[in-house]
Design a protein around this ligand. Structure first.
Ligand SMILES: [Zn+2]
Length: 121
């Protein structure tokens, strides 16, 4: 069975893994990891009338996984592995040669006809 996304690149709960901007008041917020390993924030800022913004946002498991992964690489917890696009994922088999499609035969040039041929002149 595949490892659930929340069990991949686990980060300690409460870790600030990114700085973002509140969607509500556009002030900077800290993105933290919840116990469920999803990334979230609760905006702590207030407006000029001291009314709390209170905006909060939570990302899904896929986006949270990408952010935790990026944070781990940035903090040296894991090494970044780049797989070249050209390289085959399965190196145990010989590379498959691209199938060449045969080029269509060039059509013979149509005979030069005079503008009056269709009239039999
Ligand atoms: Zn806010």
């Amino acid at each position: 069975m595949a490892t659930p996304l929340k069990r991949q690149f686990e980060v300690q709960q409460g870790t600030v893994i990114k700085k973002g901007t509140c969607s509500g008041c556009k002030k900077p917020v800290k993105l933290k990891v919840a116990s469920s390993q999803v990334v979230y924030y609760h905006c702590p800022h207030c407006d000029e009338d001291a009314e709390p913004c209170g905006h909060h946002e939570r990302w899904g498991h896929v986006d949270s996984l990408k952010m935790r992964h990026a944070w781990m690489i940035a903090n040296g917890k894991i090494a970044a592995v780049k797989v070249p696009k050209d390289e085959a994922a399965n190196l145990n088999r010989p590379p498959i040669r691209a199938v060449e499609t045969p080029k269509p035969e060039p059509k013979p040039e149509p005979k030069k006809v005079s503008d009056y041929d269709e009239y039999g002149l």
